[in-house]
Write a protein that binds this ligand. Structure first.
Ligand code: DAH
Length: 346
């Protein structure tokens, strides 16, 4: 009885010092384990009188029960504590961005061309267009032939092409290749856009680069008209610039459309007065477009007697320059962090 009387107290005072689950389990077995004082008491019960056995046995159970309860309470406490510690360690610091920026470090973000591309994709998706992709390395057929530019056609000279040594493959000079691939894999009516990089063997200056970006668009159906074309282009430009922009339509020649147009916007850099971006004209060629030529529809497996369509090729780099007031296209690929870090967006 003497042992039992002090057992609970001793246990309690040792318990208050325990900080870890492992220590708690050790303490538990020290007191009520097989080698512990409580089992000693139980073992010795056989030498006691039946009367003593009753009271000592009852007291022993009571102490054991109390210790077990204290252990499970403490266990819960320690587990919660452990979870909280882990949570504190693994915490996602949502203020990290600012912290990084304050230290003058560069946080990652989208390139301005990607920002515009994603935005335009969203605009077209909201108008029911699909977004298609196509290869950078193309063959003669997809880049020229199927677009109504036969082998001997002078229009091939409009695009200075990077040819591969086999003279059959090339780096695509425009995203119009996606028109061909898109037409062949779907049946009218359909509408899609196809953004991507294009390549031309050009001398670079403030408005020309060898690698730039276009977004092709195409809509084909039973009675698609110039009216549809103008509607979609106007909606697009209003959404992009978030204001009315002045536009003008001029006739333009592209072998794959008939009639073909040049849609220009009033230069947003100089307001029309003339600068290096608009080549002193005040207007910037932004959106060549037109009604898809019957030969092109035929190459795509579409009957031009039943269907018509419009197509356009939007130059993304110029659009970026207009929107952000960038006066030299070479900044876009200049890899200068002072330039890139101005367009952080996540
Ligand atoms: N592919 C032409 C180019 O890169 C741009 C273009 C013009 C695309 C008219 C079109 C279009 O879809 O209808 O110069």
């Amino acid at each position: 009885m003497q042992v039992l009387n002090t057992l609970l107290q001793d246990f309690s005072s040792e318990l208050s010092k325990v900080q870890k689950v492992a220590d708690l389990l050790n303490l538990k077995s020290k007191y009520i384990g097989k080698q512990g004082p409580l089992s000693d008491v139980m073992k010795n019960l056989k030498d006691a009188t039946p009367e003593e056995r009753k009271t000592i046995g009852a007291k022993a159970n009571e102490v054991k029960g109390a210790i077990e309860e204290l252990v499970s309470k403490k266990m819960l406490e320690l587990e919660v504590q452990e979870i909280n510690e882990n949570l504190a360690k693994d915490k996602i610091d949502i203020s990290l961005t600012d912290a990084v920026l304050e230290k003058g470090l560069q946080a990652a973000g989208y390139h301005p061309v990607t920002i515009i591309q994603k935005e335009i994709e969203d605009i077209f998706i909201s108008m029911g267009f699909e977004v298609l992709d196509g290869p950078h390395i193309e063959d003669d057929y997809h880049n020229f032939e199927a677009l109504n530019i036969p082998d001997t056609h002078p229009a091939r000279d409009m695009q200075d092409t990077f040819w591969f040594a086999d003279k059959k493959h090339l780096l695509r000079t425009h995203t119009s290749t996606i028109q061909v691939r898109g037409m062949k894999t779907r049946k009218p009516p359909f509408r899609f856009v196809g953004p991507g990089k294009v390549f031309r063997c050009e001398r670079t200056d403030a408005s020309h680069e060898m690698v730039f970006h276009q977004l092709e668009g195409m809509m084909v159906g039973e009675d698609v008209s110039v009216g549809n074309l103008i509607y979609f282009m106007k909606t697009l430009l209003t959404e992009i610039f978030k204001r009315e922009v002045e536009v003008r339509l001029r006739p333009g020649f592209f072998p794959f459309v008939e009639p073909g147009f040049e849609l220009d916007i009033k230069c947003l850099i100089c307001g029309g007065k003339g600068c290096s971006v608009c080549k002193q004209v005040g207007w910037v060629e932004l959106l060549p477009c037109g009604m898809v030529h019957p030969n092109v529809l035929r190459h795509g497996g579409i009957d031009p007697e039943k269907n018509s369509g419009f197509a356009f090729g939007l130059g993304l780099d110029r659009l970026v320059m207009m929107r952000y007031g960038i006066d030299d296209i070479r900044h876009l690929h200049g890899a200068d962090l002072r330039f890139n870090s101005q367009f952080k967006s996540f």
